[in-house]
Design a protein around this ligand. Sequence first.
Ligand SMILES: [Zn+2]
Ligand SMILES: [Zn+2]
Length: 136
Amino acid sequence: MDFRNCELCNKIFNYAGYGPVYCKDCLKRDEELMRAVKDYLDRNPGAEGDEVSEKTGASVETMTKWMKDGRLIHPAAINLGLKCQSCGARIYKGFLCDDCIAGYKQELMDAAESKEEKKKIERHIGGFRFLEDKKR
Ligand SMILES: [Zn+2]
Ligand SMILES: [Zn+2]
């Protein structure tokens, strides 16, 4: 017997020795959620975390955990848990939030001395895929 605390509800249960440390109830709910998420991603490749969460009822935290545990193998199809490296805001793509990208770009533009340099910056920043995706 291997009694453990369920990682989700903290109930003590008899752990089978493999897989996530969830009690039977949580495991069942977890598997149902994961199936829903996988189905959703199969039908909507590239969906974002918030959207998937809204449609399936699985929280972004849960999905992040699945990804970390290597149980949800859809890394290209879902964007989770990324933080802007400058201000810490939650983002779904790349490494900076839109605000910081805009600020960063402005800073570079202000510092640029020639038209050529400005053009280069325009090209460089515009090359970030998430900028194009997230145009408002
Ligand atoms: Zn549980
Ligand atoms: Zn930011």
